[in-house]
Design a protein around this ligand. Sequence first.
Ligand code: PRX
Length: 645
Amino acid sequence: MTSDIYPVPASWADSATISAERYAADYVRSLDDADRFWLEQAERLEWFTPPSVADQSSFHEADFGVRWFADGVLNVSANCIDRHLATRGDQVAILWEPDAPDRPARRITFTELHAEVCRFANVLKAQGVRRGDRVTLYLPMIPEAAFAMLACTRIGAIHSIVFGGFSPEALAGRITDCDSRLVITADEGCRGGKCVSLKANVDAAARLITCLDTVIVVRATGGPVAMQDGRDIWYHDAAALVGGDCPPEPMNAEDPLFLLYTSGSTGAPKGVLHTTGGYLLWAAYTHACVFDCRDGDTYWCAADVGWVTGHSYIVYGPLANGVTTLMYEGVPNWPTPARMWQVVDRHQVTQLYTAPTALRALMREGDGFVMQTSRASLRLLGSVGEPINPEAWRWYHDVVGDGRCPIVDTWWQTETGGHMITPLPGATPLKPGAASFPFFGVEPALVDAAGVVLEGATEGNLVIARSWPGQMRTVWGDHARFFQTYFSAYPGVYFTGDGARRDTDGYWWITGRVDDVINVSGHRMGTAEVESALVLHRSVVEAAVVGFAHDIKGQGIYAYVTLNAGEVPTAALRKDLVAWVRAEIGPIATPDAIQFTPGLPKTRSGKIMRRILRKIAEGDFAALGDTSTLADPAVVDDLIANRVG
Ligand code: PRX
């Protein structure tokens, strides 16, 4: 940990929307006079019927529920598009940069976005999609992904985006969980010069399930596609048959907006549900304060719309604020490690928001690739998805930003809808690696294992003591699991699953997950999911998966595998298991190390002692702690002797 402080640059202190004084005053007001504060903020949105109530949430079991602005009526697409038409119709809304640098960029104005979204919405309606229906999106990073999202919101359908890197098995699970009968996909998705047939993956998923009856296919690359009669429809054919006018559906603030599946410590990924009013306000307000975009800015969030970062900060936040949002199809390091900085120059990007794992990978390539570009347009840098190590932070600040741009290290989660603990560029002196201070209305606290609230400079489990508008509302189809997962460990507060430290200046530092969730290249994964995939393999009897520190990915995946009696551990089997996990979940779950072991360290009651497995994966044999409670302590020696390093 570092104690360096980077003061607010004069250029920001003088002009930022939120100054240090304003932050201090408004933060107190956001807690002490919360309802009034939030009803005022709600005026940022355009409502058919403005809300008269703000927070009606309770974290207690007896009257548990999360509800905001419950009598308000609005439409998300109207907020992201229609209300900008009079003032910004000709401004670029979505600036699309393709994977291959020699292909042209696409510039979609707010007026064009309106036309595209209305037409897409009419295509959905023509296919029988109604308010409340679930529509699964399995799309590459093309503008049609944003059109499809906004089209769903226009007619009140609930979208569920599945990241294009997930396998057919993973896709099938997410389609059936929410009983989605329509999937929107593309012929192919291209990243880093390689094309994947997304449509073929949907076909494979469809063979595993029964609920799917329509597949809308967007032609993105013109690659080969097999169309199934009666089920598959080309988007361009369907679009030619519908009109271009589609009034936005008035939605209640608490009507479901979207589902996004995310990993937890146990069980299958859960469908995190966000609703209309609170989510949109949170995405818009955090985006406005944290990135502080001005007219003429080009803002770039280099995430994928398959993750929550893409939902809140490529599409909903910036568009609600009328900001030009850059959408990039490709990867950070192709065809050259200078690609990101070239994109910054080509489009004169003013705010850049990316993940530490990308920064670490690019940093390793040396400063030369950065220095060959200008980056003079940049005013602000952002980081998201995992703790940023001070070395990567300084490189981002000193080399990428030429020491000129503040870094907003934003801590949040799929469940929180948007930023929770983050610097504000005109208000917060920065400490490399610290998420800094809570956003308005966010009341973080630290508790020990027994739930006792810890005061002062200390470390503990991070909880949030009251609701905020962007909070998830439920786990799709399993409200009991929502309560159980987040509110049962420490009654009366929301448990984040993260650990954190508060220093003597009151800065918050996120230390990482304290549960069985790992963060691989900024992608969140439940160790239980990888274990479930492994034990489905016919040779495997048992598996335990842990994370270990990885220079580029942040965390890598280390799997301990016990084989069925008679199975021989070979290099070929190891390869086969890696391929198996990739097929079951997707390439993001590729194990970095697989150690075959005759047994796992278990207590006498049969509980696997993961603490020991984590230490061994890290190569930290000195600190294994008490192993005397193990049913068979000798297992540990075998594990150490055969560690895969
Ligand atoms: O552990 C925290 C880490 O990512 C988790 C949330 O992952 P996900 O729901 O996929 O959302 C990612 C995008 C917000 C958190 O529980 N995390 C996210 N941002 C940070 C972070 N850890 C440290 N610093 C951050 N800025």
